[in-house]
Design a protein around this ligand. Structure first.
Ligand code: J2J
Length: 540
């Protein structure tokens, strides 16, 4: 099994420790402390369950002991695929307490993605729900995944477990659990947006991740009195750490789980639980802005509304800010690989509305370079590169991708095109890579093209992003047919059968006779996608 590592040069690590960014804290360690300091305080509110810090700690302990009793060994990786339910927290803190390593999958992922994660992580375990909100049966997925990946030895199910182990029944000798892990060790594997090809695994350490959400708490005003609503899927990096549920738990605050981000579900919960802060992607923030002025529910407790994951235009930002006048809009531009930028709560409106914020840390190093690698003149757009105390230096087991994604001196090439204001705030202008940012879900054009090329009646495929009023961007697949001409609807239905996340199924399918590239000879896929996108926009 390939060891998990995330290594900063000794000089940088010493600097981050000396600056107080890395404090030797760990994820299970901080929860143990909170459970000791405020055992009765509410930690997790979800469905009809209300867990105190003491209860969360105890449940994590039973899960941890049960994981080890079932035969998992410290260091083993476990794919976690749960929605916004309290058991998500018993599961991940149980894994942390047992020195097992969660790999975060989203509820929308299907067999194709799950087997990819299992394989890449060499995972021995999988934790899922019995069924999803849409009725999807994850146990059937588990059966198929076990066939495809025999290394998967342990499946734990929240709910009706059938032949698998029931998560609720996990128990064992809590007294025999190991002590806190090494703060410099990898705590979990986050999933990359997969901007080129399949998702990569992102090893994050206790020290670096805790710094990112502890500092986020300060920037976003999270205190023990806060109530943070998780409306996006809890496994996403944004609702997890910016400042996210982990930030809220670190602060000793309450985490309120919303099973859906829709105003119909979230608004009554905000009123009932007096939610003070939440985070949304731009399309949802706009939906909330539509619904807020006329809702019968009392939203007056909401003090901070974070919006990020995709670009919030200035006009959209204005609408969001005006809909909840007593709630502060805060833009956040982050990435699971590390670097996170926020507008600050005391920033003037022009910065809050028109920028995506500035980095969390004084030790975040940000470069904006042209395609030749030279710094662009101040204010001009360029490629964003970053390194710092919570930005990774390498993906897990991706030698070739690492050579492309990181410079020799350790900067991460974010793939985003940004400019910088005189105040040092970043404005996202676009991106260098070809992915579709569909309401905050990143979809790799290459990954979808690969699927389409497996269709017997597809000769060639190019997938592009198209501006979409609601989603921000949607996906459009251009296909050159071969043999019998397939119907666009049939292509979409066929893609669904590929057992991929639904958000990856192309929103639009356009059949063309050729890509009309002959006149200019051979062009790159990137150039081809750009031309097809331009052609589609011109026709609209
Ligand atoms: C434009 N593009 C943005 C923004 C992310 C906090 C917030 C978001 C994420 C996230 C995160 C954007 N405007 N405000 O992990 O901790 C695009 C960029 C970026 C990519 C990262 C967090 N906020 N983006 O979205 O790993 O292209 O993280 O590189 O899912 O989302 O995606 P992801």
């Amino acid at each position: 099994m390939l060891p998990l590592r995330q290594v900063w040069p000794a000089e940088a690590a010493a600097r981050y420790c000396a600056a107080g960014h890395w404090r030797g804290e760990t994820l299970p360690g901080f929860l143990r402390q909170r459970a000791a300091e405020r055992p009765e305080a509410l930690a997790i509110i979800g469905g009809d369950q209300r867990w105190s810090y003491a209860e969360l700690w105890a449940r994590a302990g039973r899960a941890a002991a049960g994981f080890l009793a079932s035969g998992l060994r410290p260091g083993d990786r476990v794919v976690v695929q749960l929605g916004n339910v309290p058991e998500f927290f018993a599961a991940i803190f149980g894994l942390f307490r047992a020195h097992l390593v969660p790999v975060y999958a989203l509820p929308g992922h299907r067999l194709t993605e799950i087997t990819h994660f299992l394989r890449k992580a060499e995972a021995a375990g999988y934790i899922c729900a019995d069924r999803g909100a849409d009725g999807f049966d994850y146990r059937a997925l588990a059966r198929q995944a076990r066939e495809a990946e025999p290394g998967l030895r342990h499946v734990f199910v929240v709910g009706e477990a059938e032949e698998f182990s029931a998560f609720a029944a996990l128990d064992g000798d809590v007294g025999a659990l190991p002590g806190d892990p090494d703060p410099a060790s990898v705590a979990f594997l986050q999933i990359s947006g997969g901007t080129t090809g399949l998702s990569k695994l992102i090893p994050r350490t206790h020290d670096d991740y805790i710094y990112s959400f502890r500092a986020s708490n300060e920037i976003c005003g999270v205190t023990p009195d806060s109530a943070l609503m998780v409306a996006l899927p809890a496994a996403h990096n944004f609702p997890m750490s910016s400042p996210g549920h982990l930030g809220a738990l670190y602060a000793g605050a309450r985490v309120v789980l919303s099973p859906s981000p829709s105003p119909e579900v979230a608004f009554p919960l905000i009123a009932r639980e007096r939610v003070t802060i939440t985070g949304l992607v731009p399309p949802l923030a706009l939906l909330w802005a539509e619904a807020a002025p006329t809702t019968p529910h009392d939203l007056s407790s909401l003090k901070v509304q974070l919006v990020g994951g995709a670009k919030l235009t200035t006009e959209a930002a204005r609408r969001v800010a005006e809909a909840l006048p007593r709630c502060q809009l805060q833009q956040v531009f982050g990435m699971a690989e590390g670097l996170v930028n926020y507008t600050r709560l005391d920033d003037p409106p022009e910065l809050v509305l028109a920028t995506q914020g500035r980095p969390i840390s004084p030790d975040d190093e940000v470069l904006i370079l042209d395609d030749q690698g030279h710094p662009v003149p101040e204010g001009q757009p360029g490629n964003l590169l970053a390194r710092g105390p919570y930005t990774i230096r390498a993906y897990h087991n991706e030698e070739a991708a690492n050579a492309r994604s990181f410079t020799p001196d350790g900067y991460y090439r974010t793939g985003d095109i940004v400019s910088r204001t005189p105040e040092g705030y970043l404005v996202v202008q676009g991106r260098a890579g070809d992915h579709i940012n569909r309401a905050g879900e990143k979809i790799s054009a290459e990954e979808i093209e690969d699927h389409l090329l497996a269709h017997p009646n597809v000769f060639d495929a190019a997938v592009v992003s198209v501006p979409d009023e609601f989603l921000g961007e949607r996906s459009c697949a251009f296909l050159i047919p071969r043999g019998e001409r397939p119907k666009p609807a049939a292509i979409r239905a066929w893609m669904r059968q590929r057992q991929i996340a639904d958000f990856k199924v192309p929103d639009q399918v356009v059949l063309v006779d050729s890509f009309e590239t002959t006149a200019v000879g051979k062009i790159s896929r990137k150039e081809l996608r750009a031309r097809l996108r331009a052609r589609l926009l011109a026709e609209q």
